[in-house]
Design a protein around this ligand. Structure first.
Ligand code: FES
Length: 146
């Protein structure tokens, strides 16, 4: 089933709870083909099976999250996680090829979140990703200033 970003977010509260809790496999297309996954976990942690995170990346979003978190595997076998919220005025940039492009005023960011083109001046917020067995755990605590 193909849904756009708005339809996906609207659909989350009506999904059966069991589906949301075990939803690593839940996937729909949006944003130039980047799939959305509904992560497990609670509080400030998002948990997803590492097998479901390709190099091209996925967008993690659950009810209550205004913007998704983009997670991808790097060539070195590590993972990165970025909050997909433009640091200019808060719009949601779209993954397009090897960058994020903000639809509001044209800012562009690379896949590490660095600004390629303004008016945004700060990088996308970056979160830590830890491996826990077969899972990845994203901790929603900004790392950019560390
Ligand atoms: S909100 Fe993204 S460029 Fe203005």
């Amino acid at each position: 089933m193909v849904m756009n970003r708005r339809d996906f977010v609207r659909s989350l509260p009506v999904l059966p709870t069991g589906l949301l809790l075990g939803a690593s496999a839940l996937s729909v297309s949006a944003c130039a083909g980047t799939p959305y996954l509904s992560p497990r976990g609670s509080g400030n942690q998002l948990v997803v099976s590492a097998a479901n995170v390709p190099e091209a990346g996925v967008l993690l979003q659950r009810p209550g999250m205004e913007h998704p978190v983009f997670v991808r595997a790097t060539e070195e076998g590590a993972y990165t996680a970025l909050l997909v919220r433009c640091t200019h005025q808060g719009c949601q940039p779209d993954p397009v090829g090897d960058r994020f492009v903000c639809p509001c005023h044209g800012s562009e960011f690379d896949m590490e979140g660095a600004v390629l083109r303004g008016p945004a001046e700060r990088p996308l917020p970056r979160y830590g990703v830890a491996r826990a067995g077969e899972d990845l755990v994203v901790t929603l605590q900004e790392m950019n200033d560390e």
